[in-house]
Design a protein around this ligand. Structure first.
Ligand SMILES: [Zn+2]
Length: 322
């Protein structure tokens, strides 16, 4: 146990040093982390315990508007492969993952964590990696964007991470009046949150294997109802605190809302991913930042979160386990 604690401290320390070094020595990172201080934010209070912060962040245009169709992906050099990383970019190795400073930040401390090999963005078999990363980086929330759920490199497996205390969901969950316990067994609990704009499952506990096994039950169910997808559409946030993990899982039915593809006035360049589901909506264009209101935010989430009709079926998976 003691060994675990010292390992955790060491990786977190190494990563803190990496960030401090990169924002000094890498001009692109320095400029963009400095620029973050100018980013505009405003807050929409949509329902009880449901805040959405809107962030106008022009540096994210490449990611939000990324072309992720097979042809575009094939025609570009993979920006997460080691041989294509900028010469100024340094890394810290954790298992088979490179921990990198994200040069286009949303968070004041923002990491990209690609696998060392060029391999598809598929979460199956990697939940335990995600949980171990969260335990070794206790200052961060680790997140996963599925290949059609916000990942701008669907051809190269990667997590991202952002400093804790940034996304409203971290605190809202603790006090939400409509969270309900679906199951509690072997050191793992599963909750749902109702009336929260997006369908949300929360897995928490100290038992890694049990959480992984409970997650795989949802994964298999969603996989069965989304047969045409390479993996069920989802986003995941994962953190470690006080000796246990917490994972927010957002099952989805849509990639980008119709406003993304609209022309002229009706267009909104917003491509929902983990951070948006965590309660911070990223708009790279100022007109979208000004336009977003309660009505539009509700409409956008309705289009991308799981169908109402599938939600009771997901929750029933856990009720059967009690
Ligand atoms: Zn690659």
């Amino acid at each position: 146990m003691l060994k675990d604690v010292s390992m955790k401290t060491r990786l977190q320390d190494d990563v803190n040093h990496l960030i401090d070094e990169q924002v000094v020595n890498w001009p692109l990172a320095r400029q963009n982390y400095d620029g973050l201080k100018e980013v505009k934010t405003r807050s929409l209070e949509l329902l009880a315990c449901t805040e959405m912060r809107v962030q106008f962040n022009p540096g994210r245009i490449k990611s939000s508007a990324a072309k992720v169709d097979a042809k575009s992906i094939k025609e570009r050099k993979c920006f997460l492969c080691q041989e294509n990383l900028p010469p100024e970019q340094n890394s810290v190795l954790f298992k088979d993952y490179l921990i990198l400073v994200n040069p286009f930040p949303i968070f004041p401390r923002h990491l990209t964590i690609p696998h060392v090999q060029h391999t598809d963005q598929l979460i199956s078999g990697r939940i335990s990696d995600m949980m171990m990363l969260a335990r070794e980086l206790p200052d961060f929330v680790i997140f996963y964007n599925g290949p059609k759920c916000g990942a701008s490199a669907p051809d190269h497996f990667h997590f991202q991470a952002g400093n804790k205390g940034f996304m409203p969901i971290e605190e809202e969950f603790l006090f939400h009046p409509r969270k309900s316990l679906l199951t509690d067994r072997n050191g793992a609990r599963v909750f749902s949150i109702e009336n929260y704009l997006r369908k949300t499952l929360v897995f928490e506990g100290e038992n890694l294997d049990e959480i992984e096994s409970l997650f795989s039950k949802v994964y298999r169910f969603l996989d069965a109802i989304q047969k045409d997808e390479e993996e069920p559409m989802l986003n995941i946030l994962c953190s470690w605190e006080n000796g246990f993990w917490r994972l927010f899982v957002f099952p989805r039915r849509g990639h980008r809302p119709r406003q993304f593809f609209a022309r002229g006035e009706a267009q909104i360049v917003l491509s929902p991913a983990s951070v948006d589901f965590g309660g911070v909506l990223i708009t790279p264009r100022e007109e979208d930042f000004n336009k977003l209101d309660e009505h539009l935010v509700k409409d956008i989430f309705e289009q991308v979160t799981l169908f109402d009709s599938d939600w009771p079926l997901v929750k029933r998976i856990f009720k059967k386990l009690i």
